[in-house]
Design a binder for this molecule. Structure first.
Ligand SMILES: [Zn+2]
Ligand SMILES: [Zn+2]
Length: 225
């Protein structure tokens, strides 16, 4: 990803992306090529270059553990400074505060890729960062029903919960297949009980799209929203 994209161009690309992401989440049809065409006409770059930029934006979504616009496979050649800018722009467009997750994770990856990485000193007293995060009011009965129904077993791998909590409950996490942030419902047809491994894989796995599909195929109560 070259550095000579202006903030204005990046912002326009992110605005288009967020728009497509919302449309897809709500089942509203759209044509990706039309977005590239408009951006291309506005900024005088090729449609292809905007498509690639969209794939960089998918990569940032993927680092955030979110789903990306289908067909726009994440392209990781984005660099931590651009990832940071894209993350900030996504937050701005969505009206959220950026938690700088993609910025941190791209830095981790680039340090990890170095041949020699000396033992870091770390930070003795990490600085505090206050943030406001949007959360959703959920129905405790839904979580209770899902956990009761799962009966201590992960609904993905069918293994027994790997530990018992201090409160004496088998530890399982309740996951929303269509994220609440994407307009998903808090209902038993959109949620399932997962072990921490399967849960993380559902968010971050290379094959997460197939994994999600396999849940809809396997569990009869789930309905694609
Ligand atoms: Zn599992
Ligand atoms: Zn989840």
């Amino acid at each position: 990803m070259s550095n000579n994209w202006t903030e204005e161009e990046l912002k326009a690309a992110v605005e288009s992306y967020v728009d497509m992401h919302i449309k897809e989440a709500n089942g509203i049809p759209f044509i990706k090529k039309q977005y590239y065409h408009e951006l291309s006409a506005r900024f005088g770059r090729t449609e292809k270059s905007f498509e690639y930029r969209m794939q960089n934006i998918s990569y940032v979504y993927s680092l955030l553990g979110r789903g990306w616009v289908s067909g726009l496979k994440p392209a990781k050649n984005v660099g931590s400074s651009n990832a940071a800018i894209i993350e900030r722009l996504i937050s701005e467009v969505e009206g959220q505060q950026s938690l700088k997750i993609a910025e941190f994770e791209t830095q981790v990856l680039s340090y990890k890729a170095k041949n020699i990485l000396e033992k870091p000193q770390g930070i003795k007293e990490p600085e505090k960062m206050y943030s406001s995060v949007t959360t959703y009011v959920r129905d405790p009965k839904v979580k209770a029903w899902i956990l009761k129904h799962a009966n201590g077993y992960c609904e993905c791998c069918d293994n027994k919960a790997s530990f018992i909590t201090a409160e004496g409950e088998p530890f399982l996490e309740v996951h929303h297949l269509r994220r609440l942030a994407d307009g998903g419902s808090d209902t038993i047809s959109n949620t399932l009980a997962l072990c921490p491994n399967c849960h993380r894989e559902m968010h971050y796995g290379a094959d997460k799209l197939n994994l999600v599909q396999s849940m809809y195929d396997k569990i009869g109560r789930l309905v694609r929203e």
